[in-house]
Design a protein around this ligand. Sequence first.
Ligand SMILES: [Zn+2]
Length: 111
Amino acid sequence: MKKNNDDEKKNKKVKKPKFAFQTRSQVDILDDGYRWRKYGQKAVKNNTFPRSYYRCTHHGCNVKKQVQRLTKDEGVVVTTYEGMHTHPIEKHTDNFEHILNQMHIYNPNNF
Ligand SMILES: [Zn+2]
């Protein structure tokens, strides 16, 4: 079967802003000032720890985040944010600033 040109249009992807960072943390969920609801979890290939999926609970906001603890160093949590919040931060927290400070200390090149 030959594909027609219409199929190509469907492949157009809308890219959301995405960024990830690693933190050395005992807790999986960083207190980043937003409220999150877990909506999924799945096992990841070559990884001891499952990946958890969270969605911002604010009405109309589509921001998602993924949380994954590293197998090679279980003290490290990788958090990936996808999308932009459509609202101001839910509550002010010094905690997140503290976490961001930790980021500067953590250097993946040390492994
Ligand atoms: Zn949000």
